[in-house]
Design a protein around this ligand. Structure first.
Ligand SMILES: [Zn+2]
Ligand SMILES: [Zn+2]
Length: 125
């Protein structure tokens, strides 16, 4: 039997801490701008998109309203897709900020949390 130890080298972006396979990719990531923080923690917000209540597997009748409890980021540029259902090409080539919102589900009335990008939220009036 032969023991093989593989060395893996990764290059980490100093902005989003994403590990890249090549130095070029990491440098490219670092060169991308950071989205400006649009909302403050504790702010009351409303979502632009609707969600599904995963307990009842039912679409919510409208958008959700809640409070920003955490701001996450800067996130790796492409991760926007994971959170956002909006296809806005402007956000793809920059590090983005994510906003964790606590809201009361209009279907089951449970307190739930979800992450949104700035594009999916608006300030509640
Ligand atoms: Zn990065
Ligand atoms: Zn629910």
């Amino acid at each position: 039997m032969k023991k093989i130890v593989k060395k893996i080298v990764r290059y980490q972006c100093s902005i989003c801490e994403k590990n890249h396979k090549t130095e070029i990719k990491a440098k490219k990531c670092e060169s991308l701008p950071i989205e400006k923080q649009k909302f403050k923690k504790g702010l009351a917000v409303q979502s632009v998109t609707t969600r599904i209540c995963w307990i009842h597997l039912k679409a919510m009748p409208g958008t959700i309203s809640g409070k920003i409890i955490r701001i996450i980021g800067p996130m790796p540029p492409r991760k926007t897709y994971k959170f956002s259902r909006l296809d806005d090409r402007k956000t793809i080539h920059s590090h983005t900020m994510q906003y964790e919102v606590e809201y009361r589900c209009p279907v089951c009335n449970n307190k739930e949390r979800a992450c949104y990008s700035a594009l999916e939220l608006k300030r509640k009036k």
